[in-house]
Ligand binder design. Structure first.
Ligand code: ADP
Ligand code: MG
Length: 280
């Protein structure tokens, strides 16, 4: 059996997926810390431990995400856009449009046959990204992971007129002081983000099915607000945070099998377990 690993060092969360030739055998999700290299070794070792594997069992490792250059043991670095497309094609093969809501950016990706045919990205502004949700959760004193569920009991979403994160923060604080309910405010926040993301993705020709990936897809309130804007059903993979890491593992599997087929010895550059042991 061959094993493949994908490691996605995102701006906010680090994700690892270890796969055999057909399915995922273990995964890790945790915060992205300051020291990417040390973090990369640690999360990879944890993911391997969970699967009862050692580093030498891996046939190929692909790194993706904003910190992908800081994974010394990766055999290949691949962009998040390619990996999200590959991951979603594997998880939900009917999807043609992916909306990835990450910690510091949001993206729209068009795919056909698992390949990217177009994309748009906002990485200039926190509004419309997971960061906006983090800031608002802080302002409201609500854990990030509960925003979605709390928003479902809103009676009437508050209208948030400022799109800028800093101004919206002040707006939410004063609305709270004026007596607006927390669920109404959260629902309004989701509506504001969904509006921005939909405007971004609308630059692409949106085709069904649509899937939401990344940490934003963990928030049921945001997913509902987005779904209301698309005239198609919106799908969410079982663990949306892992989409890019799964895609990375699959890109590695393809690269490895292609090399084998053409009679080459697959290149395994930069793999150094000694260094990994040193860091653990
Ligand atoms: N359990 C959770 N519930 C709700 N939102 C979450 C959860 N975990 C992460 N998020 C959201 O996901 C964002 C990070 O998403 P992610 O796709 O990992 O981004 P990146 O790839 O840029 O690191 C956070 O900013 C946060 O808004
Ligand atoms: Mg990401």
């Amino acid at each position: 059996m061959h094993y493949f690993a994908g490691i996605d060092i995102g701006s906010t969360m680090t994700k690892v997926a270890v796969m055999d030739e057909t399915a995922m055998v273990s995964s890790i999700i945790g915060p992205t810390g300051a020291e990417h290299r040390r973090l990369a070794y640690r999360v990879m070792e944890d993911a391997l431990d969970r699967a009862g594997l050692v580093f030498e069992d891996l046939a190929f490792v692909v790194a993706t995400g904003y910190g992908r250059i800081n994974v010394p043991f990766a055999d290949k670095q691949v962009t998040e856009i390619t990996c999200h497309a590959k991951g979603i094609h594997h998880l939900l093969p009917t999807v043609r449009t992916v909306v990835d809501v990450g910690g510091q950016d949001s993206k729209g990706i068009k795919i056909a046959g698992g390949k990217v045919t177009g994309f748009v990205m906002n990485d200039k502004c926190a509004a419309g990204t997971g960061r906006f949700l983090e800031v608002m959760a802080d302002v409201l004193g609500v854990p990030l992971a509960r925003l979605g569920e709390l928003s479902l009991s809103a009676e009437r979403p508050a209208e948030i007129s400022n799109t800028c994160t800093v101004f919206a923060e002040h707006e939410v604080t004063s609305r709270l002081a004026d007596g607006e309910t927390v669920p109404n405010l959260i629902a309004g926040i989701h509506e504001a983000i969904a509006t921005r993301i939909f405007a971004l993705v609308s630059k692409l020709k949106i085709e069904p099915d649509v899937a939401v990936t990344g940490g934003g897809a963990k928030n049921v309130g945001l997913v509902r607000a987005l779904a209301a804007k698309f005239s198609f059903p919106v799908l969410v993979p079982p663990e949306p945070l892992l989409t890019g890491a799964i895609g990375a593992a699959l890109v590695g599997k393809e690269a490895y099998l292609k090399a084998l087929e053409s009679g080459e010895t697959p290149l395994r550059c930069g793999r150094d377990l000694k260094e990994a042991t040193f860091f653990s």
